[in-house]
Design a protein around this ligand. Sequence first.
Ligand SMILES: [Zn+2]
Length: 93
Amino acid sequence: MTCECHKINWMARVQNPDKKYRMVDGSPYVEGVGCQDKVNLGTMDYHTYLTVCKYMPEEGSLFPEEVLQELLSDMSENPATIRPAPVPESTPP
Ligand SMILES: [Zn+2]
C-alpha cells in the first residue's frame, strides 16, 4: 500500500470558501484516496499510515504548512479532524 495523498490538492482547503479539499486536477475530492481516509475506512491500518504517508498533518511532512495551521486552529472544536485516532488495543473483558 502506498501513499496517494499527492493526488489531493490540500491547499484547496485554505483557498476555497467551502474549506474543502479537491483533487489536483480540480475535480471534487474523492473519499478514500488520502491515507487518512483509508485509515478511517479501514483499508489501511494505522501503522501503515505512519510508515508510508508523506502527507501527515505535522511539521516535516509534505503537508502544506498553511493547511496545517488551519487544521490546528480547528482542532479546539474537533480534535479528531487532525489525524485519525489509533485503533485502541482490544482488551479482554
Ligand atoms: Zn498519504
